[in-house]
Design a protein around this ligand. Sequence first.
Ligand SMILES: [Ca+2]
Ligand SMILES: [Ca+2]
Length: 204
Amino acid sequence: MHKQIQRNLVSVHPPPLTPPTRGGGKTYPPHVPLTEGDKGGGGRSGGGAELLRNLKTHTQEGFSLIEIIIVMVIIGALAGTAIPVYIGMGPSIRLSGATRQIMGDLMWARMQAISQNNEYKVFFLDDHRYQILDDTDNDGNIDSGESTITKDIQEKYDGVTFTSNNNPIFHPRGNASNLATITLTNSFGTKTVKIVITGRVKIE
Ligand SMILES: [Ca+2]
Ligand SMILES: [Ca+2]
């Protein structure tokens, strides 16, 4: 009895080792005929219960091998294609995100001007920072008692810079003056945010 089990185990062990040497055994189908062939061998040498046990052992080994191969194929696919795609997409996602942030903050300043019934002015300080002024006395200058918010586009969007041809002002009726065009740039390219006289903020 025990000898037969051992013999069966011995006869069962070699097949799982063969697929890797076949090279083509990277995918599931090439391995299937091997499993079937081994089933036949087990049938000749063992009785019902032992055969079942051996088949289970073999099946488990076979599937774990397939699983390893599948994992290797997936890792290979990720390393070969997914990572370069991600690296390629990075700058474009950052440029779009930075553009939406500027647009959102300009729209927020306009809404604040309407709701607080005083002008809001946006100062572009350098190529990555801007300041939003709650200009309570509507004089276009930062005075004591007037609050400002300073934002840095590179806090979230590394590598993005901008230029603006003006420091726009939003008025309580929703319209704008000091109309500005802001150009954002990074390694992917450029995007433009434009403020028109009605106070609308557009991405061009
Ligand atoms: Ca105010
Ligand atoms: Ca002021």
